[in-house]
Design a protein. Sequence first.
Length: 422
Amino acid sequence: MKIAIEGCMHGDLDNVYKTIQHHEQVHNTKVDLLLCCGDFQAVRNEKDMDSLSVPIKYREIKSFWKYYSGQEVAPVPTIFIGGNHEASNYLWELYYGGWAATNIYFLGYAGVVKFGNLRIGGLSGIYNGRDYHSGHFERPPYNKNTIRSVYHVREYDVQKLMQLEGPLDIFLSHDWPVGITDYGDSKTLIQQKPDFQQEIEARTLGSKPAALLLEKLKPRYWFSAHLHCKFAASVQHGSDGSVTKFLALDKCGPGKKFLQIIDIESEPGPFEVLYDEEWLAITRTFNSIFPLTERRANFSNSSAAMNIDENREWLRKKLEERQFKPFEFVRTVPAYNPSQRIFDSIPEIPQNPQTLSLLELLGLPYLLDTSPVTGERTAIPASPAPPSDYGTYDSEGIPIDDTDDLEEIAEAKGDDPTREEE
C-alpha cells in the first residue's frame, strides 16, 4: 500500500492533491491513502472563520469548502487529525470522528480506524499544561480564550488511547512527542532551528502526553507536523525489539518538505476506512465520565465499572451488520458561496447526523451541546461555486530516514511556549 503523509495542510487541499497526482503520473503509480498531521483547516463558510484561531494575515477561506460542497471530491482517501489552526466548531460536531467531506475522514479528538488491514490512530490538538486536566468545557461561539483552549489536548482523550491493547501500525499527532529529538539528528535540527536548543535541553519541545502514548502504543510509524520542518527519528522500545519510525513534515508550500510517500506491506485492496472495534468499545466504556465542564474526569470512581471486553462483545454484532462502515457524510451547514453572504440563522452547534447515528449504534446519549436531541435531520443543499485555478508545487519522495537540510519559516510567533501560532 502506498501512503502519502503530509505535514500541516493549512487549508491547501487543492495543491496537496495536485502534488500527489503529479507524483502518480511521474512514477506511474497510485497512492492509496493520504494522512494529514493537523492544521487541516476544514473551513466550510465565513462563519467557520470565527472559530479559526490564526493570525489575521492567515485568515483565508482556502479550498476545503469546495470538497465540503461537492464541487470537488478528494482524489485519494484522506484521514486527518486536528492541530491548533482548525475550524474548531466543525471538528466539535465530529468529536467522535467522521467524514468531514466525501472521502475525507476526521479521526476525532482521539480515534482509531482501519484502512485495509492497517490500524491507524491519532490524537488531535496540541499540548498545553494549563488545560490538560480540564474537561471539554468550550462551546461555540468561542471567546478570545476558548478559541485557543479548545484545541488543547485533554487527559480524557489520552487515557482512552492508553487503553488500546491491539497493535497499531500508524499514529498521528500534531505536535511532536517530547524527547523524540534524542532519537534523530538533533544537531542538524538545531543548526537549522537554533531557537529549539533551549527547549530540547529543557525537555519542553513537544508533547508529554504524546511521549506517554509513544511508550505505551509502540506503533510502527508515528507522523507529526506543527514545527514546520522535516525531522526523522527511530525509537527502539526496550528489549522487545520493536521500533517506531518517526517523521515530522513541513507545511504545504513551494520548496518545503511537506509530503512523504512510503510503501507499507498490506493485504491487497480495495481499501476503505472502517470502524475499529476495540476503539469503539473504549469509547462506549469511557463515555459515562466524558468531562464536559472545566472539572477533571473522575477516572478513579469509574474504573471498577469499566469493562472494555464486555462492550466489545456487545458491539461486535452491530458492527458486523454494518460491515464496520462509518455512517455517510452529511452536510450540516451551507458551503461558502463567493457571491452570497451568510448566515446568522446557522446554529452554533449543529447536531451532525453522523455523530447522532454513531451514538445510537453505541447506545450512548448525545452530549455535545446542552439542547435536547430533536431527531430532526435536515439536509442543507450545497451552494454552487465557480471553479478556481490550481497552483502547482513540486515534491519528491524522500526516504523516511533521510535528514536533509531543513528550511526555516518566517512566521509570526507570540510569547506562548507551545508555539500555537506555528
